[in-house]
Design a protein around this ligand. Structure first.
Ligand code: FES
Length: 221
């Protein structure tokens, strides 16, 4: 299965310089190129939500923390003074593998980090960034907060729903898409901002939604 999607039909304006974590080029960050595979070594164990990776190969049934992911998990532990301190990135890794953090995943994380299941559930359910139920292969989060809203986010949201033939929070029949509203994605200078899996699309207008959706559909397995 390949997620090398070639050129995206979109160009992000933001470029804050190479952080050095994944050795991304400016072209990759802007969207001229596309990095389909997250580096297996997990260069930055907690950075899953901040880099332009398309984590579309998640599987709700995938084994947790085995093989390469066991190495990633172990690496996370080395970065924190206590197991408890590693809880957030451990949950993020579970979500990266399965696409959501199920009660079973929470319990497994609790076991591995020697925490009570209740504590882990309390943390996991506090943060909206952890999906508590399966989502579409592409989770489309449209920012409808003030800056984006003033620039037409509602119409962008409605257009995504139309082209994916879904209601808010509903997975499309083909399993490809779930569209939700998001609070401020911290890209207020580039409204409307849309986060699709871990990748930001900025300055999105309704006119561009169709080609984004078609581009994603064309990536099939
Ligand atoms: S209001 Fe949309 S990114 Fe801040």
């Amino acid at each position: 299965m390949s997620h090398d999607v070639g050129k995206v039909p979109f160009k992000n304006p933001g470029w804050a310089g190479n952080t050095g974590e994944f050795d991304l080029t400016e072209a990759q960050v802007r969207g001229d190129d596309f990095v389909g595979e997250r580096p297996k070594h997990g260069g930055h164990a907690s950075g899953a939500g901040t880099l332009p990776y398309m984590l579309a190969d998640k599987s709700p049934e995938a084994p947790l923390f085995e093989g390469e992911y066991k190495q990633r998990f172990d690496k996370i532990l080395t970065r924190y003074p206590t197991k408890r301190a590693a809880l957030l990135p451990a949950l993020a890794l579970a979500q990266e593998i399965r696409g959501h953090v199920s009660p079973e995943s929470m319990d497994r994380v609790a076991e591995l980090l020697e925490l009570s299941p209740a504590y882990v559930r309390g943390v996991a359910t506090f943060y909206t960034m952890y999906n508590k139920a399966p989502v579409g292969r592409y989770l489309v989060q449209v920012c409808t907060n003030i800056s984006c809203n003033l620039c037409g986010a509602d119409e962008v949201l409605a257009t995504f729903l139309r082209y994916t033939d879904t209601e808010i929070g509903e997975t499309s029949e083909d399993g490809n898409f779930m569209v939700v509203e998001a609070e401020c994605l911290a890209a207020c200078g580039f409204p409307t901002c849309v986060q699709i899996n871990s990748r930001y699309y900025e300055n999105v207008t309704p006119a561009e939604v169709q080609k984004i959706v078609e581009h994603l559909k064309a990536q099939g397995d």
